[in-house]
Design a protein around this ligand. Sequence first.
Ligand SMILES: [Zn+2]
Ligand SMILES: [Zn+2]
Length: 164
Amino acid sequence: MAQSDWVNIFQEKIQELGRRDRWWIEFDNNINSTEPGWENYIRNTFARFCCSQCRHTWASAQVPVLFHMKLNALEGRGTVKVRCCKQECRKCLTPNLEQPQVSEENITVLMDKLMLKIRKKCYKENVGENTTRFFIAGNIDGPHESRHCEGCRLGICSRGGVSS
Ligand SMILES: [Zn+2]
Ligand SMILES: [Zn+2]
């Protein structure tokens, strides 16, 4: 899915919140687990990868997606930054970090979970957990390999958890 799909699904879900604030989402591959002044949310999802060198493909259910969010209530605008952790091909000697391909249905699940975090952390609503599971299509190839995972290098992979 292209970045525009993330943006479109995000804006649809923001509309459903029924708030007056305007929100933006942007991809930022430089954000780390925490940043002063920003709320954060980390969630592992399922994604597919394709090696840009040998065309090997694989799937993983341990792909951390990191969100930073901030509401400026005075200006009526909110910002979300998102970073999807990459993985490397295990067959290549000098692999590139490859961008995960997240399906539309899993982006939707991610956005539903994100909305709950926005309501909770930015609007201080007393909301529960979103326990919707991700759609897993096809086989996961072997155990998680930390040395090929960007999330593990950032130390956020294990924080992506399986709850909410
Ligand atoms: Zn490869
Ligand atoms: Zn990892």
